[in-house]
Design a protein around this ligand. Structure first.
Ligand code: AMP
Length: 281
């Protein structure tokens, strides 16, 4: 595995004529990230992973400084998984000057994380556009754990005619169902135990839908009641929307997302389940 810190070096080293799979991350790798690499390895000749904690996507009171980092460990994990190039730029390398242009996402950001993290998806879309330009991959791998991010990047690719195929990959979970996340290390022991209830609440919602309840409000109330009784963190949102449009719906039909965000003392966790509702209402 080659570790590359500059854009020029990366572009000089990636051989021509190979199918490149790209896995952008913020590091502090876990099996969720590695599952994206595994998928990329199946479908591409070589895999480029980036590790970059992008300041542009963090709000002023968010956890940019507290975001967990361990580059040495990440290198070992990435190499074991078969990453060919690990791109590890500095903030100065990615933003050498104050950018004169950034990307603004103005659809699908009035809900979920877009609502509570204003500007977050602008920062994500800007850095992803830059990274895609730098790496020029055929395929880029993103986790559906960040489903709103996947929806925004689909639109980035469509609206800017980017020549890349986005691959959305399933969420990897701990044994108790908690979605793997770099931020899980910032949970206290009791919060960690409690956090499995996020997924449990969504599973309950899914069961209710599968039992034939398609009214969004009813599904939402079941999830909310479970969360009220079982989740110790502060709820940021619980929403039931169409996916990937992220529109409000009275009834679940077709692809829908059940999503939750909860703030614990030092970590904000998100999770979702995407359902394909085939039943009539
Ligand atoms: P991050 O480092 O959190 O920005 O994540 C980098 C990529 O890994 C994003 O596309 C995430 O959606 C994806 N990812 C994060 N957690 C998981 C998970 N538990 N399962 C699958 N993919 C994940």
């Amino acid at each position: 595995m080659k570790i590359v810190e500059t854009i020029l070096e990366l572009q000089q080293q990636i051989p021509n004529g190979k199918t490149v799979g790209f896995v952008p991350t913020m590091g502090f790798l876990h099996e969720g990230h590695l599952s994206l690499v595994q998928q990329a390895k199946k479908e591409c000749d070589l895999v480029v992973m980036s590790i970059f904690v992008n300041p542009l996507q963090f709000g002023p009171n968010e956890d940019f400084d507290r975001y967990p980092r361990n580059f040495e460990r990440d290198c070992l994990l990435a190499e074991q998984e078969g990453v060919d190039f690990l791109f590890y730029p500095t903030v100065k390398e990615m933003y050498p000057v104050q950018p004169a242009l950034t990307v603004k996402v103005h659809e699908g950001v009035d809900v979920l994380c877009g609502k509570s993290r204003p500007g977050h998806f602008d920062g994500v879309a800007t850095v992803v556009l830059k990274l895609l330009q730098i790496v020029s991959p055929e395929r880029a791998y993103f986790g559906l754990k960040d489903a709103q991010q996947v929806a925004a990047i689909e639109k980035l690719i469509r609206d800017f005619h980017l020549r890349v195929t986005l691959v959305g990959c399933p969420t990897l979970r701990e044994h108790d169902g908690l979605a793997k996340s770099s931020r899980n290390v910032n949970l206290t022991r009791s919060e960690r135990e409690n956090a499995s209830n996020l997924y449990q609440s969504l599973l309950l919602g899914k069961q209710v839908v599968e039992a034939g309840e398609y009214r969004s409000q009813k599904v939402l109330s079941v999830i909310e009641e479970f969360v009220r009784k079982n989740v110790t963190g502060t709820v940021d949102y619980i929403e039931v929307l169409s996916y990937p449009e992220l529109g409000e719906i009275e009834h679940l039909s077709g692809r829908c997302i059940l999503a939750i965000a909860v703030q614990y003392s030092k970590a904000r966790l998100i999770d979702n389940i995407i359902l394909d509702v085939k039943g009539e209402f």
